[in-house]
Structure formats: structure tokens, C-alpha cells
Design a binder for this molecule. Sequence first.
Ligand code: AMP
Ligand code: ZN
Length: 472
Amino acid sequence: MKLYNTLTRKKEDFKPIEDSVVKIYTCGPTVYQYASIGNFRAYLFMDSLRRVLKSNGYKLQHVMNITDVGHLVSDADEGEDKMEKSAREQQKSPLEIAEYYTAIFMRDIDRLNIDKPEMIVKATDNIPEMIEFVEKLLEKGYAYETSDGIYFDISKFEGYGKLSRMNFEEQQAGARVEVNEEKRHPADFALWKKSQKGRLQEWESPWGMGYPGWHIECSAMGLKYLGERFDIHTGGVDHIPIHHENEIAQTEALLGKPAVNIWMHNEFLLVDGGKMSKSLGNCYTLDDLEARGYSPLCYRYFVLNAHYRSKLNFTFEGMEAAKKSLSKLVSAVKSHKDAPGEVDAKILDEFRNEFYQAVNDDLNIPKALGVVWNMARYSVKSDKIYRLILETDKILGLDLHLDAEVQPEVPSDLDPDVEARVRARHEARKAKNFAEADRIRNELKQEGIVLEDMPNGVKVTVDGRSHVVEFG
Ligand code: AMP
Ligand code: ZN
């Protein structure tokens, strides 16, 4: 089995540190809002990795964290803490925010058939370990204290920049407007932040009340749950230049040696060729897709058609094509069920080998999917092919055994009365009767139903589930 290592920029033969157990760490979600379909691309990649490792006979010891503190609006220590900001905006406590979005994240993970890590751990349950980690870095001279926190001194760590292959020595302070003057180098990053007035989440520490930096979270939890050396660390490509560079610096400074054998990163999901953003209204969630008739498994199929290291462009045309293809594939697979045709064992072996060679070649799932299509379309209809396809579906996770009619169609279950009122509000607005339009909106709001206007319709959120009502 070969896996691509971001650190060496090479595909490497995979050999676990211990014979039968593979230890993995995955950077999990920051639970301050609904996870987007972009975020789920990262967890679908994690899922493929898990399934392929398991098919090679490995047991997994896999940790994923839930970031419920310390991730600032910018990955590089600037702006407000995402959790605190969301809590303030929604007038809830950070704990309530974290619990709510974690529950929805876990629900969505299940709906996507994502195979879950053995251990899912919260940052806020591991604060003492983080404090201890920071204390040790201070003792070893890798960190320094300023008036607002404890910072890592990147000049003390020789390998800084080795993952992203960036040269930080040349980077000068002053390039950005908001440079923290007490920092020795602009890329020095916070290990611990001292609380400012009005802070909602804070803990006692040797440096007074405060909270951990985001990067230390993953270093401390990786060490605690997986030990000083583990096999694979995953995340999205955006983590390479800051978050993972910083994790490497902290952990290697502490241990005096690398902790991770293989760094793996998934490429980004784009929407309509660009970045997803709230302001463009294209940060779609799984519910948004479902409201338009695309099931989570359609999205899974869409994502599996691209290699995890290629950028993938999301469009609704693409989703429509994925939906049709998946439906056709399920029907083609079904045509083999209980079919009496005889297929040579050699042909079955060839299909099987081609499939496993593809997935073992740095998770080439698109190619493996092509093999499944060839099997499904095979001229002789045979139950042997059906059974082989179901075996391969342990890696694809597309529920190919379910009925085509049942699987990709997801009817919108928005209450017709709510939909009628949403449409009445639209008509009122068109007639410039804004008082009536506002009255309807407020009435819905009092029932806990939230409306968000979109270019061609309205997103209606009821009990955390979104539906789109489109206007012709
Ligand atoms: P966050 O909750 O922001 O920490 O992100 C969770 C995971 O989603 C991380 O591994 C990110 O790298 C990944 N991610 C964020 N946006 C995208 C995207 N558009 N495409 C693929 N992965 C993403
Ligand atoms: Zn992380």
C-alpha cells in the first residue's frame, strides 16, 4: 500500500510502526457553526483512508479532536475566538454552541456513511495536558511570555517551515498592519492566551486565567492519546502552512524527534470555481443539498469521483450528474443480484485485483469506482459479480445494495403550511407590502423558524434542518 506524504512530497510504501495497529490523528471540526460540504470533503478523505487500511487487515487506533476553544478567526492568532464569537452572536454559552454543532456534525457524519474514529476527544477536556505541554516548552527555552500570552519562538526550532517548505527567516515584521510588537518574529504563535475582560471560556494556569492556542490542542492530544510516535496525521491543505507547521514545531521541540511518520492532506472543495464564503451564500451544508433533492450519499458519490489530492469543483450541475450516475450504478448493480450467469474465476480475480490495486495506490478511489462500473456493466449478469461489488462497497460505502428508487431521492419534508406562509411573505414583498412580509417573518420566528433570503428563494431552517423554497 502506498500513501503520499506531504512532508517528503512522495508516495511512500506504507509500513506501520507496530505490526497490526495503525495510529492516526485527524484534525477535527471547530464546532461554532454548521460544517460545510467543504469540511465534509476532509472527513470523506479520512473515511476512505480508514476503510482502505482496514481492508488491508490493519486495526486502527484513530483520534479526532473536536475544537471547542481557542481557534481564532484567523488561523494565525488574530481576531476573536470563533467559539466565543458565535456564542455572543447567538446569545448562548460556548458550551451550548459546542454541544449543538457537535451533535449536528455527528449526525451528518453518519448520514454520509463516514466510518468514525475510535476516539473523538474534546479540547476542553484536555486543558491540563496543554498547560503542561506549554510549561515544558518554556522550561526548554522554546517559548516566551508577553503581556498577552505565551508564544512559541520559531527561531529556536531549526526545522520550522519544513512541511510547507517556506522560508520564514526572510519574512519580516511589519508586513501586516496588526503586528503584535512583543512578538519576536511575526510567525511566532500563541501557545496560551491570557484572558481579556469578558472572556467566556477560561482556565486557571501558571500565567493567570487564560485559554489555549489552537495548535497546542492537537499536539497535546496527539501525544496523550497516541504516544510519542504515530503513523499518520491528516487534515485539509489549508492546515499545511500554519496549523501543522506549528504542531510539528511544538511537538518536535518537546520530544526532540518527530512524532508523525506520514502527513496526509486533502485538497479543497471549490464552489462554482471559487472559495466558499458566507457572504456569497455558497457555504452549503448537507441540509442545503438535501433541501434541493440531493441525498448525503449523492454528495459522497460526487466526492469519491475525484482523487483526494485534486481540487474538486462543486456545482449543482455536477450534483445532478452525480445523482443520475449513482442511480444508474445502483440499478446496474441490482441487475446482477441473484442472476444465474457464470463468470470465469479469472475474470473476477482481475476485477478484484484492479480494484484493490487502485485503492492501495494512494487511495485512488476514482479509479476503483471505474472498476466497479465495469463490473456493474459486465455483459453476463451474475450473482458472483453482485457479491464482489458488495465487497468493494465496504470501501466505497455507497450502500450499493439499497434500491435505486429509495436511495437518492430525498423528498423535502418542510411542513406545507410553513411553505405556504413563506410563499405568502414572498408575494407580499413583491407587492411591496413590507409590513405584511415582516409580520409573517416574525410570526415564523416566534415558532423557531428562521428565514434566510437567497438569490432565487429562501432558506428555511426548522429544528436545525434547512429547506430551500425556490421562487419561479
Ligand atoms: P475547521 O472546522 O475549519 O477546522 O475545518 C475542518 C476541516 O475541513 C479541516 O481539515 C479543513 O482543512 C477542512 N476544510 C475546510 N474547508 C475545506 C474545503 N473547502 N475543502 C476541503 N476541506 C476543507
Ligand atoms: Zn489540528
